[in-house]
Design a protein around this ligand. Sequence first.
Ligand SMILES: Cc1cc2nc3c(=O)[nH]c(=O)nc-3n(C[C@H](O)[C@H](O)[C@H](O)COP(=O)(O)OP(=O)(O)OC[C@H]3O[C@@H](n4cnc5c(N)ncnc54)[C@H](O)[C@@H]3O)c2cc1C
Length: 496
Amino acid sequence: MTTFPQPFVSTVSHWQATNRGKTSLFNHNRDKPLPIDVVDYLVIGAGMAGASMAYHLTRPGVADGKKVVVLEAKDVASGATGRNGGHCAPYSFASWPLLTAPLESGGAGLTPEEALEVLDLEKRVLEYVTSLVEKEKWEVDFWRGEKVEVRRSEDAAKQMRESYQAWISARALGRFKDVKPEWEWIDDAEEAQRITRIKNATGCSKGPAGSLHPHKLATAFLRSALSTGQADLYSWAPVQKMNKVEGIWEVDCGERGLVKTKQVVVCTNAHTGNLFKGTDIDAYLTPFQGQAANVTPPPSFSGANYLNKTYTIEDGPYLVATPHAGIVLGLHHKLAVEQGVLEMKDIFGNADDSFVHPNAKAWLANYCKDSFAGWGSEAPGEGGVRFWAGIQCATRNTLPLVGEVPGEEYKGIWMAAGFHGHGMARIALTTKYLAKLVTTGEWDAGLPASFKLTAQRLEDGKKAPPFITDADKVGGVMGKVLGSFGYGGGVKSVAR
Ligand SMILES: Cc1cc2nc3c(=O)[nH]c(=O)nc-3n(C[C@H](O)[C@H](O)[C@H](O)COP(=O)(O)OP(=O)(O)OC[C@H]3O[C@@H](n4cnc5c(N)ncnc54)[C@H](O)[C@@H]3O)c2cc1C
């Protein structure tokens, strides 16, 4: 865990590098004094969660006339949001084992009905983001199409077949029984290879997905909030602690001063533990480093031959094809460990985004040319051109913590954090519903009850296996530890 200011200089992602113009929000109010008056809603963090929270709080009829202030430790989307894979893609049936496996073995421990609610939220988030981008005319390189989840072994194809059947059977029993399934399982290897252009594919799923420029989207959410005149953003304002004084929260930003507020919304994801040190919230959340790259394809995969789908690949990356700037691909943590690219200690508990391990870099640089049929040779300037790291936030049951922080001493502190490396598929509606909860006290039925932050959930989390043990930190016993709590056993192999 790092505190702010950070003792290192972060890598720069493709997204951060390509949103530097006048319309970006770099350094916004960096030197302006913090507000003196008590503000109504104070949001900490300006990633996708904080930015969309500010947007939702400033929609007409939600908190009219109330002041919203966003405090960001660095620049807008300097955390996971500005460093991710650009995928806004709902989970498919492939996530069924993860969602329904017991907490004790590393799953989310949901009933089939609860799992369907989570999948439904993600499907609605994609539809919602699509409609918002159109309505607001945001230029965020939005693309809408299909994702394929490619399997390259017989075992994995069998697992997908079983998950598909489990998902279809669960749907048949409840409120989704008359809704056409949005995912297909292609059980024919040749057809899967044709669709995906991946050598040796044994099968693939096919379903709805989107991709977008996440740094531009967070900026667009915030710009829309700022344009109402109701909201303000202060970058480089790192919150150190929160103290309650006579019923008002004093949010202390160290040298920048403090802001007084009635309600705080914590949107600090992987860094949330810093503000709740030693508590059950701290214990529930584990920062983990992800690594990604931007690859310029050779002419064999450009123009009419450009990829027209987004991917997750069994023994490969998750990837999107941006509209004009080539492929963005990420190395999945489970695969990195299984293939010996990284150790658990390189990933879990690592909150330093200033470097990409050379093994991860090499893996990302070589993947496309080694795996796509007909990729061919790369000219200088083609292939892997930029590599970066980003810090995500794993939770004990893989689901985010949303709602008011339990305990009388925390009254007035709300949270949307712990998106488990999958926030783009969940945040836009989660914060819409959280804005309703904060302003009216009403939990919207559209927000899965399993996301709710409760004392019981924090207590139950203690039963879940930790993401990293002391043995992982010293290394050398990886296989044993992975096997002991099922992390490498398949249930968490479907995070994207
Ligand atoms: C390499 C990588 C690939 C990913 N790929 C995908 C993907 O393809 N699809 C998907 O759905 N998800 C993906 N994710 C995950 C996704 O990016 C996150 O779930 C999502 O961006 C979380 O948004 P957030 O706003 O909660 O957190 P963040 O974007 O991390 O924002 C938190 C913000 O809070 C600020 N902050 C923290 N502490 C303080 C403090 N004390 N004071 C003030 N500010 C503070 C931080 O500076 C940061 O800007 C990926 C992540 C990474 C790193």
